[in-house]
Design a protein around this ligand. Sequence first.
Ligand code: FES
Length: 109
Amino acid sequence: MNWISIGDISEIPLRGARCVKTPQGKIAVFRTAENEVFAIEDHCPHKGGPLSQGIVHAKAVTCPLHNWVISLETGKALGADEGEVPTIAVRNDDGALYIALESLMMAAE
Ligand code: FES
């Protein structure tokens, strides 16, 4: 597994996100109210909206463009909408965050 350091959890606001640019595209890294961290491609499965600018609630994000709700755990659209965005494994070592880019490559295959 190829773990890439993306900084500390304190750099992401609670119920917020930051966008990380990688060779494999932009990745949205979210921090929930419970201090869990999830990473998915920063690309809404509807029309490519920037999910990192959406509103985080529970373990989901609402896309800022047309309000699709995407699960941070599965990357799947919730409710009546259908679509999916690749998820990326996150490692949290006492607040130091890493993402696994290999999982993104596998998801894209
Ligand atoms: S682009 Fe995200 S809901 Fe339309």
